[in-house]
Each structure stands twice: as C-alpha cells, then as structure tokens.
Write a protein that binds this ligand. Sequence first.
Ligand SMILES: [Zn+2]
Ligand SMILES: [Zn+2]
Length: 199
Amino acid sequence: MKFLSSIIFFALCISSFTNSPKIYSTKKIIIDLQPFDDLPKEYLNYVHAELKKMYSDIEIKKSIPLPKLAWYSPRKRYRADSLIRYLSRRTPEGHLTIGLTTKDISTTSGDIKDWGIMGLGYCPGKSCVASSFRLSKDKKLLQLFKVSIHELGHTQGIPHCPNKTCYMQDAEGKNKTDEEVGFCDKCKKVLVKAGWALK
Ligand SMILES: [Zn+2]
Ligand SMILES: [Zn+2]
C-alpha cells in the first residue's frame, strides 16, 4: 500500500510539473505605476498607497518625460490615445501600466475631434492614463486615485457601470468622482478573479 501511494505521489509530481506552463500563464499581473516628469511625488505616493490596499503587485517606475509625439498643438494638450500606445510599447509581458500626469489630456469622442478627459483606458488593455488637470483643486489626490482605479478597471476588462456610487460609472464628460464610494459587487467580482484584494 505504501509503495502504491508513493507511486501516486510521484505521478502527481510529474503531472503538476508538466502542467507548469499553465500555472505560469495565469500568474497575477504586475501593475507598473509610471509617473511622467511633471507629477509631484506626493501625487504618486498617494495613488500608490491607496492602490496598495487593493492590489499587492505594484511597481513604481522611474519618471519619464511626456512623449512629444502625443502633443496636440492646436489645443496645447496631450492626446491620451497616443500616450496609451506609447506606454503599451514599453510594458513587458505580464505587466500593465498606468501613466500619471498633471497635464491636460484629450481624445476623440464621437463628433468631437479633441475632447478633454480625466483618464483613458481600453477595455481590456495593456495600459491606461490618468490626469489630475480637470480635478477639483482641494481634492486632487483622492480624485486622481479614483480616476486611476476607474481606468485600471477598464484595462482589467470592466465596462462602464450603471451604479452611481461605483468607481466604474461613466463620467459623461463631468467630474463625478465625489459620488463614488467603491466598486459595486458586480465589478468587484471581476477584479477579485484577477487577484484584487477587495472585501
Ligand atoms: Zn471609463
Ligand atoms: Zn460597478
């Protein structure tokens, strides 16, 4: 009997060994926090500290200049989609990047060619960007965190949420971050599956 059980144990070892590539592919993703040069350290530290409460695998990257290719001179601001493409190219396999800036960013929205926004992230996506430019002066840190978590939610595959207190609600061109208190249960479920520590 003893001999048999050790054979079984050995067989289990082999099967878990041959399965190891599968284990690797479901490995938790690493979130890279990428500050652009203009971002005050205080902003970065705040967003990092708040994110860390919900997600353990975060790396802070060395700050980089905003890429010139994303500059949109007619409106003197940066194109968010160009920033995302730029960040995605720098993001290694198994990571996702969030870029943080105080500069104004914009994208094309329907008929509006250049529409100022607080953040942008594709759903799902490899990178996203959040800007503090359009946020309330006295609540910039908390609101930047809320915009960041919203864009990260998109990269993790969550679309806009009808729940008005959920981080994933649609901003519809306004700053509604003060209404948000957390992720709703439905959005939470998606993130918990991706390794987020949400109660
Ligand atoms: Zn959104
Ligand atoms: Zn939700």
